[in-house]
Design a protein around this ligand. Structure first.
Ligand SMILES: NC(=O)C1=CN([C@@H]2O[C@H](COP(=O)(O)OP(=O)(O)OC[C@H]3O[C@@H](n4cnc5c(N)ncnc54)[C@H](OP(=O)(O)O)[C@@H]3O)[C@@H](O)[C@H]2O)[C@@H](O)CC1
Ligand SMILES: Nc1ncnc2c1ncn2[C@@H]1O[C@H](COP(=O)(O)OP(=O)(O)O)[C@@H](O)[C@H]1O
Ligand SMILES: [K+]
Length: 501
């Protein structure tokens, strides 16, 4: 079982069901549901006030109203609270309810009673003069696609480009998956409670939410230990980077081997560079005879071992100091690569399997998974969606698919994308939220494989190496921004690593 540091609690992400559980446990502990809802509505109102201070016409007595859209459940209840607080502050507020007021129950009914203003029916015309919209239609309880008047209203918010603040999640975004059911408003901000939900970090929910505010509503952190969340936001709270010690020599920082391709030589060179920049003590490119000269001419600090003679790869594997192998980038799909992957797993070396190393097992995934199950080393698979589909039959959100794949393969699975997910076989998973689309460039994934390999070489276990690698890669991308090319990623690492020291 994977053990994360105590700091991981700060990065916990709760499923919708776990959030209800946190709510139940807090109420059982003596705090009332009404108090939680008051705190939630207050947090929403405070965020609205921050936006109103910046918006043209957004002041007490302003010309246009704040329009609060309330749904039939507790999400709507939070909306009633926010409306009351904003009205008391002197803002004109119009509140619309989807459904019948008499049908409200529980805490939401209490909050509706505390609202003394008019309750209007949901209607797109409400939005005509709105300065700000608060979307309290559906939250955790979203149970089907948004349709009818609610959909018309949401589409109108988007068409008018109105600033909208979502309560908990933009209505229509599924908290567990980030999927949009029907439609969802494009929000400037979303106020959620206690801890974020996966849908705040998984696309397209991530896009719809705008800025994320996580409000403390009085749920004690102690309930986290009882709930034992398995999903986290990727970041330094989850892992600790290896730091060189005064007693270290290069072999103590690990020796990584990357298998060079015969034709696509750039990929392994990017791997080697990124592995060295992330701190591996030695990096060797195992090079096919015809391309060995290309690798040798690349960088003076990278070692090259020619595979010219038969048995040379085997000889590398027999050298116990070479602990980590990165296989796949530019490797060439086929039997030869498949054999080498299996030999490396069998030799007990730590492996990062990427690109062609994954595609080489299309239609023969079981052979790979059996070898991984028997492997003594750490194994990290780094597919993008296309490679993933060649190996795994998984459905659902990217988080769910990565988890299923990790459980199936018994490897750490890093599913690449704008919201890269890393999952361990025991179900522990994290979502990476610091990446930007500048990273979508050829060779970017090779750099990622190199970083992960470099961290494995320095002794990080598989999940931490993959998570830290994804975060560092994303962070490099974020800092480099426009004009990023894959070669830059490794060069951006020293500054990031230095700051984490
Ligand atoms: N848990 C906590 O700790 C805290 C939770 N808090 C707040 O509670 C919220 C969760 O409240 P909730 O459980 O009442 O669910 P909610 O999102 O209001 O929706 C349920 C209602 O909507 C309806 N409905 C659903 N989809 C629909 C659709 N497409 N189209 C039409 N109708 C649809 C659904 O109808 P049904 O499926 O029952 O027919 C039901 O009537 C949470 O997001 C947060 O804001 C805070 O107060 C602080 C503490
Ligand atoms: N839109 C995006 N936003 C953020 N990161 C992205 C985006 N698209 C791709 N990436 C990242 O860029 C990398 C691309 O890897 P990959 O597809 O393997 O490229 P290559 O094989 O050319 O190296 C992955 O780490 C992926 O997460
Ligand atoms: K909402």
């Amino acid at each position: 079982m994977l053990t994360l540091p105590p700091s991981a609690a700060w990065a916990a992400v709760l499923t919708v069901e776990q959030m209800y559980e946190a709510d139940r446990r807090t109420i059982a502990g003596g705090r009332s549901g009404v108090a939680l809802m008051e705190a939630a509505g207050l947090a929403v109102a405070q965020e609205a006030l921050r936006w109103l201070a910046r918006l043209p016409g957004g002041r007490p007595g302003q010309r246009g109203p704040v329009v609060v859209l309330c749904g039939p459940g507790n999400n709507g209840g939070d909306g009633f609270v926010a409306a009351r607080i904003l009205a008391r502050r002197g803002y004109p507020v119009r509140l619309a309810l989807s459904g019948d007021r008499a049908a409200l129950s529980g805490d939401a009914a209490v909050m509706a009673d505390r609202w003394t203003g008019a309750v209007e029916p949901l209607d797109p015309a409400l939005l005509d003069r709105a300065v700000l919209v608060i979307d309290a239609l559906y939250g955790a309880g979203l149970s089907r696609p948004v349709d009818g008047v609610a959909a018309v209203v949401i589409n109108r918010i988007n068409a008018l480009g109105l600033p909208c603040i979502a309560v908990d999640v933009p209505s229509g975004v599924q908290g567990d998956t980030g999927a949009v059911l029907g439609c969802a408003p494009q929000c400037v901000a979303t106020v959620t409670f206690f801890r974020p939900k996966p849908g705040h970090y998984l696309y397209p929910g991530r896009q719809a939410r705008g800025a994320l505010v996580v409000a403390d509503i009085g749920i004690p952190d102690a309930v986290l230990a009882e709930i034992a969340p398995q999903t986290f936001l990727n970041g330094p709270a989850l892992w600790t980077l290896p730091q060189p010690d005064w007693q270290d020599h290069k072999y103590a920082r690990g020796h990584l081997v990357v298998l060079g391709g015969a034709e696509m030589t750039g990929a392994a060179r990017l791997v080697a560079r990124a592995a060295r920049r992330s701190g591996a003590g030695l990096v060797t490119v195992a090079a096919p005879e015809d391309s060995a000269a290309v690798y040798a001419a690349d960088a003076p600090g990278t070692l090259v071992a020619s595979l010219a003679e038969r048995g040379r790869y085997r000889a590398l594997l027999d050298d116990l100091r070479k602990t980590v192998y990165v296989l796949g980038p530019g490797g060439g799909v086929g039997k030869k690569l498949r054999r080498r992957v299996l030999a490396t797993l069998e030799a007990g070396r730590h492996c990062v399997l990427d690109a062609d190393a994954l595609t080489s097992f299309a239609g023969e995934a079981d052979t790979l998974f059996s070898a991984i199950a028997a492997a003594a080393g750490q194994v990290v698979l780094t597919p993008h969606d296309g490679e993933f589909m060649r190996l795994f039959e998984a459905d659902g959100s990217r988080l769910h698919r990565a988890r299923q794949a990790a459980a199936r393969s018994r490897a750490v699975v890093l599913l690449k994308g704008a919201d890269t997910v890393v999952a361990a076989p025991d179900g522990t998973a994290c979502i990476t939220a610091n990446a930007g689309p500048d990273l979508a460039t050829a060779g970017s994934g090779d750099s990622l494989a190199g970083i992960i390999g470099g961290l494995l070489a320095q002794g990080l276990e598989g999940f931490s190496a993959a998570a830290a690698g994804a975060w560092l890669h994303a962070e490099a991308g974020r800092r480099l921004g426009s004009g990023l090319i894959a070669e830059d990623i490794a060069e951006a690492l020293p500054e990031i690593l230095e700051r984490l020291r």
